[in-house]
Design a binder for this molecule. Sequence first.
Ligand SMILES: *Cc1c(COP(=O)(O)O)cnc(C)c1O
Length: 323
Amino acid sequence: MSLVLPTYADVVSAAATLKGIAHRTPVVTSATADRATRARLYFKCENLQRMGAFKFRGAFNAISNLTPDERRNGVLTFSSGNHAQAIALAGKLLGVKTTIIMPLDAPAAKKAATQGYGATIVNYDRYTEDRDAIGRRMQQETGMTLIPPYDHLHVIAGQGTAAMELFEDVGELDYLLVCLGGGGLLAGSALAAGALSPSCKVFGVEPEAGNDGQQSLRKGEVVTIAPPRSIADGALTPYLGQLTFGVIRQRVTDILTVTDPQLVATMKFFAERLKLVVEPTGCLGAAAALQGTLAFPEGARVGVILSGGNVDLAAYAGFLTQP
Ligand SMILES: *Cc1c(COP(=O)(O)O)cnc(C)c1O
């Protein structure tokens, strides 16, 4: 089997497609975070991206690359939330009909937002049903084009534009910490780092309960785990993609894990000190830096992608008031 892996050229082309459409999100710093880590941390705020997460980048880039015929037949995808909203919004902007296969237990706020963008939702049970199989069947029955959440060349390339902007804005970095689910954001970020900051060490960070990425990198092949349970609902993927793993194994230094209590502490930090709403999954990379999972040499320049800010308000209030 020969896979065509995305390259940095695909990220550059995605950046041209997204110019003037995706927000160029701000990079923020915190004296408190720098003191605590003795490093210089740069937080790339994709929680402030359109629809509230970096996933808009990959979704818009993927739909933009479809042929006119494919656009007419519509787009299908499966997602626990943010990719769904991203596809729904990108479809709306590009005039393409969208259908989303979603887990029954996806957060209510994400479902409502997805429907608000005009997408059609089909529910499935993520503990008993295989979403890939459902997606393939619906695709065959309807002629829609399936755009998966991460294992897709144009999705990975689009996601890589966030790190590309970060390097353009702050220059070269010693470390880059990236939230990891299926690996689209990590693979794209690693491509950008390879071209714009070649000596930067790139780390993926995933929930401890769902460390399939860490297992995969160490074993040298994609490892599948049972569906994990964590508050990081955007990183509950049981396996990496073939394309994302292909890039990750070549370019990523290591994959780290953090616990749910560490994510809660990190969410509180962003709310209290930086006045930023960051969803649990969006805190993965930051938690590894702020909670001591990874120690840095003094003065190290560290990029951290805050990947999203879509969190159900009632759940968020609960997280913030945990002792
Ligand atoms: C999807 C998502 C991730 C994980 O991205 P992958 O490309 O699947 O690794 C991380 N954070 C947020 C907020 C997400 O929506």
